[in-house]
Ligand binder design. Structure first.
Ligand SMILES: O=C(O)C[C@H](O)C(=O)O
Length: 504
């Protein structure tokens, strides 16, 4: 094979371009699959959630702004030909693929026209300091025969990886039974409906990697359904797909017909004693691009036609929700809200997510004053994207609420906090704390971050600025649509649909 030289700049530019591209364009097959799910959905709340995700997708494609506030952890899967040489004109030393991927990530995430959110923290056991440019990337390298570099570039949201599961089955056990059994306890923080990646066989760590990589291929379940299974792998995909959707978890866990859009399986040879199985879901922020570099320049990325979104409205039709003034909230008013009610929030709210909650809890434990007064207020669990000109804030959808559950008893009892707003179900600890305090938990649609940000009129950091996107902001919102997910009597819209909701 004739050896080829590929310019380091072409590699970096291609990855950086791909990251920008996928931040605002959903893959066309994903949009089509979501549309099929929306058309066939009969349960009202799930239908509404699907519509919000589709409108969000349309607005992002037109505005070139991210489909989710969680703009992801960058994964690059390199398939590097043994006859490729990488040449960096700026230095005599050829940088590592990790260094080149990091260069691309830093550039793409700090792009002035479309800044993306920096979500990576260093030192996970210690200070957990945000790296501010979303580096480092997660890099996987396979050396293969050839003189090209194949790449999958993906920006994987945290909500799906939080729900990754792994087990070692006995070789005679049923893979489908185990996979299906995991779904109810995974809750809805991964923003269903989405694709489920499954890795079967190999060694334990290979199974996890296969489950992740399996996610990055086109959705074709409708083709398989129409043609029928041609081999045991097809049959397994179809069986798992049908059984998971029959659970009725639905969009955002609100109940409904579609929980998974497709099942993707990778498998590998393994020891006769082993049957390792891993699952990883992908959320509504499905973002990946595949391309190959052959030395002739940067990858050419073809945008989906905007006509893909023609049949989707530009804005939510009037929801007819009840208007709520966040600046005059009282326990008496909160007590009148019922699980399932739609509310339109106006006024000011505070934001706080994982790191800010930890700091607030530490201050409470040490009996020190908090930097914000929470009495009678609402906290929105969000880490927003930075704004560009003309925006109060960038995309600002909810993060998974269960991670904040353990903080709820102390916060509600000791601060007078009345309302929390986030994504998906709450676990028993939080629900009991909400009931005891006569508080409420409201739910916004995960995966509709840009649409939700349109309701934010102003935003300013009021505490913990060093935490970056995890700082406490004060948002002024106007008609922000939410659903009462846990009311002051402890009734939960999600419990209706889950057999068990674990306290994660
Ligand atoms: O980090 C976020 O903003 C959301 C996260 O991906 C989650 O779904 O919990």
């Amino acid at each position: 094979m004739t050896p080829r030289t590929i310019r380091a700049d072409d590699l970096v530019d291609s990855i950086a371009d791909a990251l920008q591209f996928m931040s605002y364009y959903h893959p066309a097959d994903f949009v089509q699959s979501l549309k099929r799910a929306y058309e066939s959905e009969t349960h009202g709340p799930a239908r509404n959630a699907l519509l919000q995700i589709l409108i969000n997708s349309k607005l992002c494609a037109a505005a070139h702004r991210p489909v989710c506030q969680d703009t992801g952890v960058v994964h690059v899967f390199f398939r590097m030909g043994m006859d490729v040489r990488i040449h960096d004109e700026s230095t005599d030393i050829t940088p590592s693929l990790q260094a080149l991927a990091n260069r691309a990530v830093a550039r793409a995430y700090r792009c002035k026209e479309n800044p993306l959110r920096a979500s990576i923290v260093l030192d996970p056991l210690g200070a957990r300091t945000n790296t501010r440019d979303n580096t480092p990337a997660v890099v996987h390298i396979e050396m293969i025969e050839g003189n090209t570099i194949g790449m999958i570039v993906a920006a994987k949201g945290g909500g799906g990886d939080v729900k990754a599961r792994y087990t070692m089955l006995n070789p005679s056990d049923s893979v489908a039974d185990w996979v299906v059994s995991q779904l109810p306890n995974m809750g809805a923080g991964w923003c269903p409906p989405g694709v489920l990646g499954i890795g079967v066989g190999g060694s334990p760590e290979q199974a996890m990697l296969m489950a992740k990589r399996a996610l990055f291929s086109p959705i074709d379940m409708h083709v398989l359904q129409a043609a029928g299974p041609q081999n045991p792998l097809d049959a397994l995909r179809l069986d798992i797909f049908e059984r998971i959707n029959a659970l009725g978890i639905g969009a955002q866990g609100l109940g409904g017909n579609t929980t998974v859009l497709d099942i993707k399986i990778e498998h590998a040879a393994s020891h006769a004693a082993l049957l390792p199985v891993a699952i990883i879901p992908n959320c509504a922020a499905t973002r990946f691009v595949r391309f190959e570099l052959d030395g002739s320049g940067v990858a050419q990325l073809v945008p989906p036609p905007l006509s893909l979104w023609d049949d989707i409205p530009d804005a939510l039709p009037g929801l007819g929700g009840r208007s709520v003034d966040l600046d005059t909230l009282t326990p008496g008013e909160v007590a009148t809200w019922r699980a399932g009610d739609t509310l339109l929030l106006s006024g000011t709210l505070l934001t706080a997510r994982d790191a800010a909650h930890k700091r607030l809890a530490d201050l409470l434990e040490r009996r020190q004053p908090l930097p914000v007064d929470l009495r009678g207020r609402a906290i929105y669990y969000v880490g927003p994207v930075d704004p560009i000109e003309g925006e109060a804030v960038g995309p600002a959808g909810p993060t998974t609420s269960t991670r904040m559950d353990k903080f709820m008893p102390a916060l509600l009892e000791q601060t007078g906090l009345l309302v929390t707003i986030g994504k998906a179900e709450r676990g028993p600890t939080a629900i009991e704390a909400i009931r005891r305090a006569g508080a409420a938990y409201l739910m916004a649609v995960g995966g509709a971050a840009y649409l939700i940000s349109k309701a934010v009129r102003s935003a300013r950091v009021v505490a913990f600025e060093d935490l970056g996107m995890e700082a406490i902001y004060e948002f002024t919102v106007e008609n922000m649509p939410v659903v009462v997910a846990v009311d002051s009597d402890g009734r939960s819209v999600h419990k209706t649909f889950f057999a068990t909701v674990s306290d994660i």
